[in-house]
Design a protein around this ligand. Structure first.
Ligand SMILES: Cc1cc2nc3c(=O)[nH]c(=O)nc-3n(C[C@H](O)[C@H](O)[C@H](O)COP(=O)(O)OP(=O)(O)OC[C@H]3O[C@@H](n4cnc5c(N)ncnc54)[C@H](O)[C@@H]3O)c2cc1C
Length: 255
């Protein structure tokens, strides 16, 4: 690992000021530290966000679950408030990686990293999430841009993520047997007025909302309503874990 300067700011403003094109924010370090150790990434400044109290914690009020960016997956998984308001979100967090990853990895780090197989991006899309940064609020639909790419600007810090509580929801995934990342993951959330969001992860360069499945379930919330929906394998990921055809089939099965 190459030398770097380590910073541990106590305020968001201080962290943002320290940021540059040669810096990285450190949340749980679950992606950043291995990348640095393997020499895949080098930084002049490593800015640890864990000392900023305001970035951590869970709050449920009215129709919204608000989760601070440095909240660890294990905290989401065991939160009684989340289990009650959005049980599928707690279950998703419980299915991430292994105990070590769940006790270090953070929700902010997960969505900032935007791995194509990450679980949380699908939750953000299905649950009409708003991502609050130190500068603005971004709807999930405008946040995830492509493989490891988001609409975050250089030095911008995610402070919290707000999820709209659905009337019904569920997340199912085919976990990679080694990492537990989603080979395919499908998050279905139903809201009053019968609006249904179906978000898919693991299938393309990043998570996305499937309009055809969402429309079919919004019209008729039953298993048979998606029978006629054709999921094309064209453009879907194909690798040693699953072919594009297999992924296309599993999207419908999990939905
Ligand atoms: C073995 C293993 C298995 C895993 N399995 C799964 C899995 O099954 N499902 C899954 O979804 N994920 C999985 N992950 C990913 C993991 O859950 C972490 O969420 C992910 O690695 C990001 O790590 P982190 O939160 O520690 O962020 P870090 O590694 O500290 O940071 C990652 C990136 O996010 C940026 N960042 C962090 N916080 C912020 C913020 N608040 N604002 C702006 N930018 C920020 C950093 O600058 C950096 O670029 C796995 C990881 C490992 C190592």
């Amino acid at each position: 690992m190459k030398n770097f300067d380590y910073h541990s700011p106590k305020e968001v403003k201080e962290a943002s000021k320290l940021a540059s094109s040669k810096s990285v924010f450190l949340a749980g370090g679950m992606t950043t530290i291995p990348s640095m150790k393997l020499g895949l990434a080098t930084y002049k400044d490593v800015i640890n966000l864990k000392g900023i109290k305001k970035l951590s914690g869970i709050k449920v009020s009215g129709k919204v679950v608000k989760i601070g960016a440095t909240t660890q997956h294990a905290e989401v998984a065991k939160s009684k408030e989340i289990k009650k308001s959005i049980p599928s979100l707690a279950a998703l967090a419980e299915g991430i990686g292994d105990p070590q990853v769940r006790n270090r990895g953070t929700i902010g780090g997960s969505i900032a990293n935007n791995d194509p197989a990450a679980d949380y991006p699908s939750a953000c899309l299905a649950l009409n999430a708003v991502i609050n940064t130190n500068n603005r609020s971004i709807n999930a639909e405008n946040f995830f841009k492509g493989m490891y790419e988001t609409s975050l600007k250089s030095g911008e810090i995610i402070e919290s993520i707000e999820f709209e509580i659905p009337s019904k929801s569920n997340y199912q995934k085919l976990p990679n047997p080694a990492s537990r990342y989603a080979v395919i993951g499908v998050y279905v959330a139903r809201y009053k007025g019968d609006n249904v969001n179906v978000a898919v992860t693991g299938a393309k360069s990043c998570a996305y909302l499937d309009k055809n499945l969402s429309d079919a379930l919004s019209k008729d919330f039953s298993t048979s309503s998606i029978n006629g929906v054709n999921i094309s394998s064209k453009g879907l990921n194909s690798d040693i874990h699953a072919s594009a055809d297999y992924r296309a089939n599993m999207i419908k099965v999990f939905c």
